[in-house]
Design a protein around this ligand. Structure first.
Ligand code: SF4
Ligand code: SF4
Ligand code: SF4
Length: 357
């Protein structure tokens, strides 16, 4: 039934997974299946403690995977860095990734640091992540316990915040991004859907929130085959996505991209007005950005620190990262003096395109 690039509404047939999962449980069912069939050695999963807190852990136990179903974490977690730091080329692993993380993993694959053949990537749609402090502060102001947020959903007209699976309220994108403290890198992101994973999953386009389906797109032959096996084993059920669902998903992606283009232009304007050098001269050479970055090599850091003249440090790092940066914004999250490092790189790339050089 499944075709590469085909769009489907699917769901787990396991009542426990279906109950716990946010939308259809296909991600949980997939990870469980891959572990049980020993197609992978272990899984890297997220367990959240309210929407602003989440921790990553490795597991071989399918029960732990089911227990973590429905975990949402709206603060940055850095899956790709965990892969870079803790996964060897020989280990077979499954993990869920956001679009910027799959790009970082793709870079790690191309530079020989991890083996794509040994990784099953479940790509998730991503509308963006939030600064945990701003999110919590706004929730407090609104008298909402952040731990009671059960989901944040993206629609074509804005963000919906769901409390205790019952109440919900909506904010339009621009107001919502500011109020909830969306990360600058996410505000300007133009990569909201997975393209490099084995399977792309999400809920965008699923008609009703409570319908409990996962919008499912196999992206590789391996992804297609595993979904097909699961379907034949009765672990999932699936139907082709109806045109209304395809259209609804498309509209959400268009709305997010449109908002990102506006945010990007605004961020460029501020950057141009302030001047890149004003930001760069604040650099403390603390290396926090280096440690946080999923594509820079930890080994290289020591060589760099010894060799580089502090006055040239940031310019050298920008040159070094110019064709490597995947725009995840992890460097901006940790910078103590708020240097918009990834924004500077994106600005320079766009300027180069504009100038045609
Ligand atoms: S940069 Fe932000 S919005 Fe874009 S994929 Fe990464 S986390 Fe999601
Ligand atoms: S430089 Fe920053 S935005 Fe670019 S890949 Fe590294 S951490 Fe991500
Ligand atoms: S985190 Fe900020 S201050 Fe520290 S080295 Fe990176 S850019 Fe400079």
């Amino acid at each position: 039934m499944f075709k590469i690039g085909g769009e489907y509404l699917a769901r787990s047939t396991d009542p426990v997974i279906l109950e716990r999962a946010l939308s259809g449980g296909v991600a949980t069912a997939l990870i469980k299946y891959l572990l049980e069939k020993k197609i992978v050695d272990y899984a890297l999963i997220v367990r959240s403690d309210g929407v602003t807190g989440g921790r990553l852990f490795f597991t071989r136990d399918p029960r732990e995977v089911v227990e973590s179903a429905g975990s949402i974490c709206l603060s940055p977690i850095n899956m790709a860095k965990a892969i870079r730091d803790y996964v060897s080329r020989d280990e077979k692993i499954v993990l869920t990734v956001k679009p910027c993380e799959e790009k970082a993993i793709d870079y790690l694959v191309k530079t020989g640091r991890v083996n794509r053949e040994n990784m099953f990537l479940i790509g998730l749609n991503c509308g963006g992540l939030f600064d945990p402090f701003s999110l919590e502060k706004t929730m407090e102001e609104m008298n909402i316990d952040p731990k009671k947020i059960t989901d944040i959903r993206y629609h074509d007209d804005g963000i919906e915040i769901i409390i205790d699976d019952e109440k919900s309220f909506r904010i339009d994108y621009v107001k919502g991004y500011e109020k909830l403290g969306q990360r600058d890198a996410c505000k300007r992101c133009l990569d909201h859907v997975p393209k490099l994973s084995d399977v792309a999953l999400g809920y965008w386009g699923v008609p009703v929130r409570t319908a409990k389906y996962t919008y499912t797109i196999p992206l590789t032959e391996r992804g297609r085959r595993v979904l097909e096996e699961m379907l034949h084993s009765g672990l999932i059920e699936a139907v082709p996505a109806p045109p209304s669902a395809v259209e609804a998903r498309k509209k959400i992606i268009e709305a997010l991209n449109k908002t990102s283009m506006i945010a990007r232009a605004k961020q460029y304007e501020i950057l141009d007005k302030t001047g890149i050098s004003s930001y760069l001269q604040k650099c403390l050479m603390c290396m926090e950005c280096w440690h946080a970055c999923p594509v820079r090599s930890e080994k290289e850091i020591y060589a760099w620190k010894k060799k580089i003249d502090p006055a040239l440090w940031q310019v050298s790092v920008i040159t070094y990262m110019y064709d490597k940066c995947v725009g995840c914004g992890a460097c901006e999250d940790v910078c103590p003096v708020k240097i918009p490092f990834a924004l500077i790189i994106e600005r320079l790339r766009d300027l180069r395109k504009e100038l045609g050089v």
